[in-house]
Design a protein around this ligand. Structure first.
Ligand SMILES: Nc1ncnc2c1ncn2[C@@H]1O[C@H](COP(=O)(O)OP(=O)(O)OP(=O)(O)O)[C@@H](O)[C@H]1O
Ligand SMILES: O=P(O)(O)OC[C@H]1O[C@](O)(CO)[C@@H](O)[C@@H]1O
Ligand SMILES: [Mg+2]
Length: 326
């Protein structure tokens, strides 16, 4: 196995708060352990376009508290092609990079696995996505901050909902995963959450109307996961307008404000531990693994497991919300 001297680092997919803390941790831990670090801009796109710069410890000063990613990020179509990945590999070799650390979500780690297999490049992944949809880690970098942002917003929407006796359908991100929706609903005291993981024969809207709204409450907040399986908040609001015209309904789609902002302490610590874990993993000759934290312990999760298995949502969370929203 070729000795690793120089480590390339990139962020890919949607930005997530805490990515900067992860860049800082990887850079500093790598330099501490005698490696050279090269920052690759705009994810895989920057590797293809050769946007690479050597990083010193100063390059990552004063970034732990900043949202977004100083390395910038992208969704690269070219990296999905063998030709694009070959250009990326050639640039990586020309820059003297021996191993790659990829901070991103399930798509980014899928790309890393393919790249590693095609060119025998040592790759380590860090879970960086607000969706929390990577298997093998309790939380992904950015998820906690996004969750707190949603809760802050819903608290404000609640004031209007109560004052006007309205039903609000609040749509949150998460792609195909309902972690943000279910847990923000619990944390904000919402009346219901509509999530893809709870797809049964039972109509989730009927259930909510019958159970909560008609009984004792004049206003309600329903958090709806953006998942296309459910049709989103607009779909449910339209249905209520048609089927229950007596209710005053509004929709709020929180959108990209969920992705930005200063990372929570939790995300900063998570990113710092995972960054140091990534360098430890390389020192231990680990390859093609995502660094995760499970039960407060750093773990190595093979890429194939992290991306292929659907991360299960603990069904007891559904019961918690049901019981507490009466
Ligand atoms: N099958 C694949 N083969 C090669 N590269 C891929 C593959 N899937 C994804 N990628 C690369 O990873 C990039 C990011 O993937 P994606 O857009 O799915 O975001 P992500 O990493 O899942 O993050 P998030 O879901 O938080 O936005 C893609 O734009 C592409 O460049
Ligand atoms: O910023 P974009 O490219 O519109 O992507 C939005 C998607 O990215 C995420 O924020 C992160 O995967 C999803 O929750 C959302 O569906
Ligand atoms: Mg993803």
């Amino acid at each position: 196995m070729k000795q690793i001297k120089c480590i390339g680092i990139l962020t890919s997919g949607g930005d997530a708060s805490g990515m900067n803390a992860a860049i800082r941790a990887v850079t500093r831990s790598a330099i501490f352990n005698g490696y050279t670090v090269k920052g690759i801009y705009r994810g895989y796109e920057g590797l293809i376009r050769n946007e690479i710069k050597e990083f010193t410890t100063q390059d990552v000063s004063s970034i732990i508290q900043r949202g977004g990613t100083i390395l910038k990020t992208a969704r690269s179509k070219d990296f999905m092609t063998p030709e694009g990945r070959k250009v990326a590999y050639d640039n990586m070799v020309a820059a003297g990079i021996d191993a790659l650390i990829v901070i991103g979500g399930n798509g980014s780690l899928t790309g890393a696995l393919t790249f590693a297999q095609e060119f025998n490049v040592p790759c380590i992944g860090l879970p960086g996505t607000i969706d929390n949809d990577l298997y093998g880690t309790d939380s992904t970098i950015g998820y906690d901050t996004a969750l707190n942002t949603i809760v802050e917003c819903v608290d404000k929407i609640r004031d209007t909902a109560t004052s006007h006796d309205r039903i609000f359908f609040v749509e949150v991100m998460g792609r195909d995963a309902g972690f943000l929706a279910q847990n923000s609903a619990i944390a904000s005291g919402a009346e219901a959450a509509i999530i893809p993981e709870d797809q049964t024969d039972v109509d989730q809207l009927e259930q909510f109307i019958g159970r909560g709204f008609r009984k004792s409450k004049n206003s309600s907040i329903v958090i709806v996961s953006e998942s296309p399986k459910d049709g989103g908040a607009m779909h449910y609001a339209e249905r209520v307008k048609k089927e229950y015209p007596q209710y005053d309904v509004r929709v709020t789609i929180l959108g990209h404000l969920q992705r930005g902002g200063s990372p929570s302490a939790y995300d900063r610590i998570l990113a710092s531990r995972l960054g140091v874990g990534a360098i430890e993993a390389l020192k231990e000759d680990q390859r093609n693994v995502m660094i995760g934290i499970r039960n407060d312990k750093v773990v190595y999760v093979p890429f194939s497991e992290a991306i292929k298995k659907d991360k299960p949502l603990d069904k007891s969370l559904i019961q918690v919300l049901d019981e507490l929203s009466i």
